[in-house]
Design a protein around this ligand. Sequence first.
Ligand SMILES: [Mn+2]
Length: 259
Amino acid sequence: MWVIGDVHGFQETLLALLGSLELQEEDRIVLLGDLIDRGPDSFGVMDLAISDPRVHIVLGNHEAMMRDDFTPHEYELPENDARHWYLSGGLATIASYARSLGGVEEESEKENLIQLFTRHIEWLREQPTHIVLDSYRLVHGGYDPRQSMDTQIEAVMLWIRDPFHQHHKPIDPQRTVLFGHTPTMMLPNYSEEPYGQVWFAPHTVKHGLASAIGLDTCVFHIDDEPALLSAFNLQDHRIIQQERVEPWGISERRRAQVF
Ligand SMILES: [Mn+2]
């Protein structure tokens, strides 16, 4: 089983990474949330996750914003709640859905777009907040070390940063927490260079692996920083990384938001 960090709409990069994993029929892939927003093809990533039986997800805070704050039939006139999502990369997600239908000039096309959003949001409502395995916890943001493990709520698991990152003991002595959400270069004690490396917490759990492993290696990076998508193998602990495939200068970023 492979676990992959935040994809953020970079579908070509995801496909290139999956191609290099030499997947067998029985292999499973878990995307650690934030499939959508910012990059050019969030629709493509969602469509892959929905249609490929090998692919599973845990929710990210960006999926939660789309699910909770966005009203499909008001996609042209976002309400206050949805504006925060639009400005957090949601506009590029909306545009990618419109492009997947070849445009939305006609009323019937707009209706199709609204139905497509609605179907995908219904699918998001069925997706787990985290996945707990024998030796791993797969979660987008992390856990609150001040709360017991059985009282963690979705908002914490999707959004938490510092209290989880800076906790100095394993949060679950039996399990390694695999998480995304925060680019690894912003995590405690990340060495200065190079950016784009997978992060390991300084403590280990019972099976000998780090207590937490950060997999968001920031595929949406701009300028000259390394922009990588990372996969971690749960059985043999291999890490495979893929450099961003899509060109992502100012003009591409502007074009991604047009629909
Ligand atoms: Mn993210």
